[in-house]
Design a protein around this ligand. Structure first.
Ligand SMILES: [Zn+2]
Length: 73
């Protein structure tokens, strides 16, 4: 297994508890490039609810798209 197995557009989401953006995932990813298992905060071990994780991830993708500009997406 290599890092190439990770979805290239996966961004870490911000933890609502400690504010860090470092996630750990268990169980790999599904066909939609979403975590198939549990996502935890690497810092405080908060377990993200799947719905809130997906919402946060979508926000991060939008932020990232603004940062890089439309020409880069
Ligand atoms: Zn945390």
């Amino acid at each position: 297994m290599t890092n190439a197995d990770l979805p290239k557009n996966l961004l870490p989401v911000t933890c609502p508890v400690c504010g860090e953006s470092q996630n750990t995932t268990v169980g790999g990813f599904d066909a939609n490039d979403l975590p198939a298992g549990t996502v935890n905060c690497m810092v405080c071990r908060h377990a993200f609810q799947r719905d809130s994780y997906i919402r946060a991830l979508e926000l991060r993708r939008q932020e990232f798209a603004r940062l890089t500009g439309p020409g880069e997406v």
